[in-house]
Ligand binder design. Structure first.
Ligand code: HAM
Length: 415
């Protein structure tokens, strides 16, 4: 037997029903917020991601040479693709552009619960608007989607990378030099971050101040002791979110998101019940278009880890409406077969779900199949029914039966 590759999953019909239900819900919510869906290729030139995240990213992605000797990789996320698409083709569209996407991502990770090599993201990006309300609109969509799924136990933590960058710059570590330190702080690897800060020539007091800052969490008032533009900015973002009715937000200056392209607001959502892989969403404002040959454009966005969100919903026992088959059509004998298909087809054309026997089973086995397909009714058609131009409609939960004329069947089932 051939096994599927490590870190990938197969999804059976029941799982796919759950997945499609929540995927559809997320799409609807994004459309309600004025976002429009886009789609980009699953593979890209590897350069797109090395430009964005540095050559080190090769270790973390599926990259290979194609038959034309081009360096190609499976996308580890979609933000870079969206911005490439924007720079190539969408710069003349009216701004802001509000776009969303859903699709597979691939990362060469060590698989564990909630961490896969192939996983799905539902994400959104707003391009071309530099205001705090733009950031609030992005966080607001993520929050609305999670609220609509019915998930209860999650925390939205909002930070601003500018605060740490300002402090590091004041302490003599400006711009890109700050990146390795921010990456360690993002992973909460404090001893290593301290070592890097010491190597960069920072004094003990400045180092302590940085570490202390990353531990500041709580309501927006925790920012009162800070001055500066970044603080005022997060306050405005939070005020808009509160006006939108989202009160489950907190400030967390430990949200660093150690990627070079984030420039301002950064946020994460955790579902604590998930344990180690509890982050179900991440995002922030960033600047990437200039790296891909375009003008510098302010952007902000997020991606929800679709698989982890479903795991979180499962731990909370959230229910969803299972699609039900309305009718299972059972021909009895050879003469009724074509009529059975005609009826099944009429029902389907009328938008009523119907399955029909294709294995030429006897009535007893067919009724069992109808049961295991969780159909509401079995429609039995034999010689007697053909003669009367009717079907026997059997309610599979009560066992009650009645005769319904062919002509009345669609209306009856619709009712
Ligand atoms: P990210 O934090 O790398 O951000 O990924 C977003 C979400 O994808 C994570 O919060 C997590 O739920 C999920 N995720 C990541 N890796 C895995 C994995 N191996 N298995 C299962 N789920 C995973 C981004 O990708 C950015 N593009 C977000 C963004 C959009 N920033 C601005 N715009």
């Amino acid at each position: 037997m051939i096994q599927r590759p490590r870190g990938t999953r197969d999804f059976g019909p029941e799982e796919m029903e759950v997945r499609r239900f929540f995927e559809g819900m997320m799409r609807q919510e994004a459309v309600l917020h004025g976002f429009r869906e886009i789609s980009t290729p699953i593979f890209e030139h590897t350069e797109l991601f090395t430009l964005k995240s540095g050559p080190g990213v090769i270790e973390e992605i599926y990259s290979f040479k194609d038959k034309g000797d081009r360096e190609i990789c499976l996308r580890p996320e979609l933000t870079a693709s969206v911005i490439r698409f924007f720079v190539n083709d969408l710069t003349t569209l009216p701004r802001p552009l509000k776009m969303f996407y859903f699709g597979q991502c691939f990362r060469y990770e060590r698989p564990q619960a909630g961490r896969y090599r192939e996983f799905f993201q539902f994400g959104a990006e707003i391009i071309g608007s530099p205001t705090p309300e733009t950031d609030a609109e992005a966080i607001g969509l993520a929050a609305a989607i999670l609220e609509r799924t019915g998930l209860k136990d999650y925390r939205i933590r909002i930070g601003h990378i500018g605060i740490l960058r300002e402090l590091l710059a004041k302490a003599g570590v400006p711009g890109d030099n700050a990146l390795p330190i921010l990456q360690k702080l993002d992973k909460k690897s404090y001893p290593e971050a301290e070592e890097l800060m010491a190597q960069a020539g920072m004094g003990v007091i400045d180092i302590a101040k940085i570490i202390e800052t990353t531990k500041i969490t709580g309501p927006v008032s925790v920012l009162d002791s800070y001055d500066g533009q970044a603080r005022d900015y997060i306050r405005q973002v939070c005020d808009v979110l509160v006006a939108m009715g989202f009160s489950n937000i907190s400030v967390d200056l430990g949200v660093v998101r150690g990627l070079a392209y984030y420039t301002g607001m950064v946020f994460e959502v955790d579902a604590p019940k998930l344990g180690a892989e509890k982050q179900i969403c991440g995002g922030g404002s960033y600047s990437l278009s200039e790296l891909f040959g375009g003008e510098k454009v302010f952007s902000t966005g997020f991606a929800i880890g679709f698989d982890r969100t479903l795991l979180a919903l499962q731990t909370e026992g959230v229910e969803f409406p299972q699609p039900k088959l309305t009718a299972y059509v059972v021909p009895v004998g050879d003469t009724a077969r074509e009529k059975a298909f005609q009826i099944a087809s009429e029902l389907r054309r009328a938008g009523i779900s119907a399955d029909v026997d294709i294995m030429r089973r006897n009535i007893g086995k067919n009724l069992k199949s109808a049961d295991s397909a969780k159909a509401r009714y079995a429609l039995i058609i034999g010689d007697k029914e053909l003669e009367n131009c009717s079907v026997t409609l059997r309610d599979l939960s009560s066992g009650e039966q009645q005769s319904i004329a062919f002509a009345d069947l669609v209306q009856k089932l619709k009712d």
